[in-house]
Design a protein around this ligand. Structure first.
Ligand code: CTP
Length: 459
């Protein structure tokens, strides 16, 4: 029986305080919890020199105050995967604020400290981004809530709040135990076998965003979900209620998921797992998306020189949201993001109209006002070659054409204020699109001609 079916158990779990939640995680843990150790100091020597130097200095500083310091999370995982990672997560047993202050002092950098969450951050000039945290115990009041944070009793309890076993490995940085790997959840074996395994069955409910993190990790490493964790993933995605999950938090994780070009493996995973349910969206993920994503990348590279002021992840995600429509309309997100997410939904009717030979002015009239990013989404989604050619022609040849005269010029030439001003400017613009009237003088002469003719018509 799945965890959600056992509603009674969930009710007790979410009614419990943080200590009780830890107890439940332990009791139902998906692996045998046992401390396994291994000397990794030879592996550490292969780290980039700046990372190694930082870890040594940070470890020595902790030693000086007899505090224990650990490297945790993604960096430890990536040491084994031999993937470069410029983010470091450190956990300190002891007074975090004074430790960070001194550490920042040693490196002569600024630091941030958050007393409520017992976390801090500093960035070194060499680009290393260092997150620090005290031992934390997290508990959730309901599925998808922000966690309440309290001090944890030991490193094991701190690790129990984390997502996958491969992210639960810790490395001791103190001198006496330099490079000693502590593996409580058999994460090393999962890492070697390429398995994503949750620590406990409440994990996806505590924080459904971990599903997206898992998919990101699966794409990056080729790992697959272990059977029981996969069953939990499917159960949560089909039955859980995400109504209280914060849109901002999900989008932050989506931003990471779509930070790099869309891999065919990602399309396959998103086809199999309805992760967009976390955004309350039921989407059909089409196989065609792999090709569309590839096409998008080539257009992004081609038009990239134009300096988009929008993040590429938004464009990549917009491809997947093409049919989301109504579901996205109410999102409280940056308006430019929303326009791009909604581009296909709003303008797909144009694609039909663009599937014929169009004169420059007709084409411009249809696509005028759309931003580059919206045009790119339509371009990638367009079914026929003719539509694509039309959109590209507009983007490359017509979009940037502007008139060198304006309404004031027409007033100065004797035209009365009124709708005729717009009509004459439009007429000049149409002629300009056809390739003539390059200079201001020519445009002005043509406009005068039109003003004169309109006067004659009146008489
Ligand atoms: N974590 C979690 N649930 C989240 C976010 C983070 O359990 N929603 C845990 C993970 O165990 C993770 C650790 O917190 O290893 C640190 O988080 P973060 O720095 O975001 O991730 P990393 O795994 O270190 O790095 P990456 O983003 O490269 O996977």
């Amino acid at each position: 029986m799945g965890i959600i079916e056992r509603q009674d158990l969930l009710a007790v779990y979410y009614a419990g305080n943080s200590r009780e939640q830890t107890k439940y995680r332990h009791e139902y843990s998906l692996v045998e919890v046992k401390k396994r150790e291994r000397d990794l100091s030879p592996l550490l020597k292969k780290l980039p020199a700046d990372i190694l130097r930082f870890l040594e200095i940070a470890g020595d500083l902790a030693e000086k105050y007899q505090l224990r310091l650990y490297l945790v999370g993604g960096q430890v995982r990536d040491i084994f995967l031999k993937v470069e990672n410029r983010d470091l997560d450190l956990v300190l047993e002891g007074d975090l604020e004074s430790y960070i202050r001194e550490l920042a002092d040693v490196f002569k950098v600024q630091y941030i400290y958050n007393a409520q969450f017992r976390t801090g951050n500093l960035v070194l000039p060499c680009g290393l981004n260092i997150d620090l945290a005290g031992l934390r115990r997290e508990s959730y009041r309901y599925s998808g809530a922000l966690p309440d944070v309290e001090p944890a009793e030991d490193i094991l309890e701190d690790l129990f709040r984390r997502d996958y076993t491969v992210n639960s490995l810790v490395l001791s940085l103190n001198k006496a135990e330099w490079g000693l790997l502590l593996d409580f959840f058999n994460g090393l074996e999962d890492l070697q076998e390429g398995k994503l395994r949750l620590l406990h069955p409440f994990s996806f409910l505590d924080d459904p965003i971990r599903i997206i993190r898992g998919i990101r990790l699966a794409v990056k490493t080729g790992f697959t979900f272990e059977e029981e964790s996969f069953a939990l993933l499917e159960e949560v995605l089909t039955k859980a209620d995400f109504s209280r999950l914060s849109l901002d938090r999900v989008l932050k994780e989506m931003e990471l998921l779509f930070a790099s070009p869309v891999d065919p493996a990602l399309v396959a995973l998103l086809r199999s797992y309805p992760v967009f349910r976390l955004l309350k969206l039921e989407l059909e993920i089409d196989e065609k998306l792999t090709e569309q994503a590839r096409e998008l990348e080539s257009y992004l590279a081609e038009f990239g020189e134009k300096n988009y002021n929008i993040e590429e992840w938004v464009m990549r995600m917009a491809l997947f949201l093409a049919d989301a429509g109504e579901g996205v309309l109410n999102w409280k997100v940056r308006s430019d993001f929303k326009e791009i997410f909604l581009a296909y939904y709003r303008y797909k009717h144009l694609l039909v109209e663009l599937d014929r030979n169009l004169a420059a002015d007709e084409l411009a009239a249809k696509l005028k006002g759309l931003r580059d990013e919206e045009l790119l989404i339509l371009l990638v989604k367009a079914g026929s070659r003719r539509i694509k050619e039309n959109i590209l022609r507009y983007m490359k040849e017509l979009k940037d054409i502007e008139l060198k005269i304006n309404g004031r010029d027409l007033l100065a030439n004797g035209l009365e204020p009124g709708p005729l001003i717009r009509e004459i400017l439009d007429e000049v613009y149409r002629k300009r699109l056809k390739g003539s009237l390059d200079t201001r003088e020519e445009q002005l002469a043509y406009a005068r001609d039109l003003i004169r003719k309109s006067g004659e018509n009146k008489e």
